[in-house]
Design a protein around this ligand. Structure first.
Ligand code: ADP
Ligand code: MG
Ligand code: MG
Length: 205
């Protein structure tokens, strides 16, 4: 879609729910390796609850995204619940008042989300967390939007950057989250939250 209006925003969130359900086992496996093995179940439970809310009426994309935020906060738990809740909340605030999201609107959402996660988790780039997917995604989204990319193309650029960011969590040690307890033993393993962020941003493809 050239722009994400309210209905297209709902469709994107539905697509996220489907991808997360599909990837539950994969996310669980990653988290079993360097965490406590619940990331797949946490995300599946959260987005299943979100999907149920999508049958309601929404005034604009902001309201859709805010509903995602509050639902994730109340259903996910763990580290990732408040972090993804904050991502969607800050992202929704960044697109307040827009009836539809063009490329610049999508980039504003992703930037708001990325900065929100970073602030909430107090993580920096290179700490081996979902921030390593969100920050390059925001940069890529802004660059694509500045080049005139439409909503879909901005999401694609963000997704590609998030996937690369998730891959780049493999060779490093973690400085935040459960994986930080493992020290050097986390080396060689991908961060589950960075991986789920890449799926979220790539769900519309
Ligand atoms: P928990 O670790 O409580 O079991 P999850 O398994 O659902 O929660 O989520 C783990 C993910 O949360 C990690 O892979 C990482 O991406 C992210 N995470 C954990 N702590 C932080 C933090 N302080 N800042 C950013 N992301 C974090
Ligand atoms: Mg976990
Ligand atoms: Mg846990």
């Amino acid at each position: 879609a050239g722009v994400l209006d309210t209905a297209a925003t709902v469709s994107w969130i539905r697509a996220i729910g489907a991808v997360i359900a599909e990837q539950e086992q994969h996310l669980t496996t990653l988290d079993r390796t360097i965490g406590d093995g619940d990331h797949g179940a946490n995300m599946r439970r959260g987005f299943a609850a979100v999907t149920e809310k999508l049958d309601g009426e929404f005034a604009d994309p902001e309201e859709v995204l805010k509903t995602v935020a509050t639902t994730l906060i109340s259903t996910v738990g763990g580290a990732s619940g408040p972090l993804y809740g904050t991502a969607f909340l800050k992202g929704s605030m960044a697109v307040k008042g827009r009836a539809e999201l063009d490329g610049a609107g999508v980039a504003a959402f992703i930037r708001g989300a990325a900065d929100g996660v970073k602030a909430r988790g107090k993580a920096e780039a290179g700490d081996k967390t979902m921030v390593d997917a969100w920050l390059p995604a925001a940069e890529a989204a802004e660059a694509a939007a500045a080049d005139g990319a439409d909503a879909q193309a901005v999401l694609s650029a963000a997704a590609a950057a998030a996937r690369k960011g998730a891959e780049e969590t493999e060779p490093i040690v973690a400085r935040k989250g459960r994986a930080s307890y493992l020290g050097e033993r986390a080396i060689g393993h991908r961060d589950p939250g960075a991986e789920s962020t890449a799926f979220i941003l790539g769900a519309a493809e």
